[in-house]
Write a protein that binds this ligand. Structure first.
Ligand code: AHM
Ligand code: MG
Length: 334
């Protein structure tokens, strides 16, 4: 039987792409992989372990936190604390950045931004959820890292990835040299390379958007949805509508099959719903590295100014030609 390459082996092999690397990023990715396995264990037994339901706390955005959100947040932070390569963590679940001040982290040069459990409203009904992470170099050279080290543009990302806890668990990541996917083999407890050099098709036939908000969408988005629904054999329309309501799962499917995911501004979320730093930017980096495109309807996501940790953005992301078409329609009404 052929033995698959593990995530750990792959990371070490890829370190050679960065001749001056000292292994810190490799160790950081390893730490994230370890936390992902621990979270996976809990997500898998969520129905058994009395872990479902509200934790009784409210996060900074006023959303009720699920127990597993809190658990995943703690696991990732603790893995980063113990790993020693990260000086500051920004999380969807924490109002402020978390400084890591331990002795082993005193020279740490990486910043991690994360959504520890995205789509967590789906846990109760056994639908796939995910973790999203983004890694930056620390820019400041003295004292403690600051919020300005975190508020970097998406183009500055050193690495980004997601974990999907689905029918199987996968970790997909990029360090700016393509995208690779690893499936967790539960029998050996290792992520194994299963999807090397992932490429998103230039065209697709899937559009993913919460159409329930249709009347609240900008006119350009309404026009694009109508375009998706029109009969046209040459462009394989009407397209298929697929929306899980878990960004990681929706984007993972579209990455493999081709498609577009849209979360626009709406009347109730005038700046968009998804967060730029730890949802849109990492996903944009991954999708661009896989040959796709990510925009806020007018501008490349990765070039947007980042002013606040929990800043929101509209997002149009996926197959290049589909995103371009949606942008064309947004421009018609701008
Ligand atoms: P969360 O980070 O609080 O879980 O919210 C993000 C999720 C995304 O995974 C998903 O794409 C979106 O919210 C769904 O929102 P809606 O229910 O408005 O369609
Ligand atoms: Mg989220």
């Amino acid at each position: 039987m052929k033995i698959a390459k593990t995530l750990g082996q792959f990371i070490i092999e890829k370190q050679a792409d960065f001749p001056y690397a000292k292994g810190e990023l490799s160790r950081l990715l390893r730490d994230i992989g370890i936390a992902a396995k621990i979270v996976n264990r809990e997500v898998n037994k969520a129905g058994l372990a009395d872990i479902l339901g509200e934790a009784g706390t409210i996060n900074v955005q006023g959303e009720g936190q699920k127990k597993l959100d809190v658990y995943a947040n703690e696991q990732f932070i603790s893995a980063l604390q113990h790993g020693g390569e990260c000086c500051i963590v920004a999380s969807e679940e924490n109002d402020e950045c978390i400084h890591i001040d331990s002795e082993i982290s005193k020279d740490a040069k990486y910043i991690v931004a994360m959504d520890p459990l995205d789509g967590s409203s789906n846990i109760d009904v056994n639908v796939a959820v995910g973790t999203i992470f983004s890694i930056y170099h620390r820019k400041s050279t003295e004292g403690r890292a600051t919020i300005d080290d975190v508020l970097q543009r998406g183009t500055e990302q050193v690495a980004a990835g997601y974990v999907i806890y689905g029918s199987s668990t996968m970790l997909v990541y990029t360090t700016g040299k393509g995208v690779n996917g690893f499936t967790l083999d539960p029998s050996i407890g290792e992520f194994c390379l299963s999807h090397p050099d992932m490429q998103i098709p230039k065209d697709g036939v899937i559009y993913s958007i919460n159409e329930g908000y249709y009347t609240h969408f900008p006119d350009g988005v309404k026009k694009y949805i109508k375009y998706c629904q029109v009969e046209d054999a040459a462009t394989k329309r009407p397209y298929t509508s697929r929306y899980i309501g878990s960004m990681v799962a929706d984007l993972h499917r579209n990455l493999i099959k081709g498609g577009i995911f849209i979360y626009p501004v709406t009347a109730s979320t005038p700046k968009g719903k998804l967060r730029l730093v730890y949802e849109c930017n990492p996903m944009a980096f991954i999708i661009e590295q896989a040959g796709g495109k990510a925009s806020n309807g007018y501008q490349r996501i990765l070039e947007l100014d980042v002013e606040q940790l929990h800043q929101r953005s509209a997002i149009f992301i996926g197959s290049e030609n589909m995103v371009k078409k949606a942008e064309e329609m947004m421009l018609c009404f701008s």
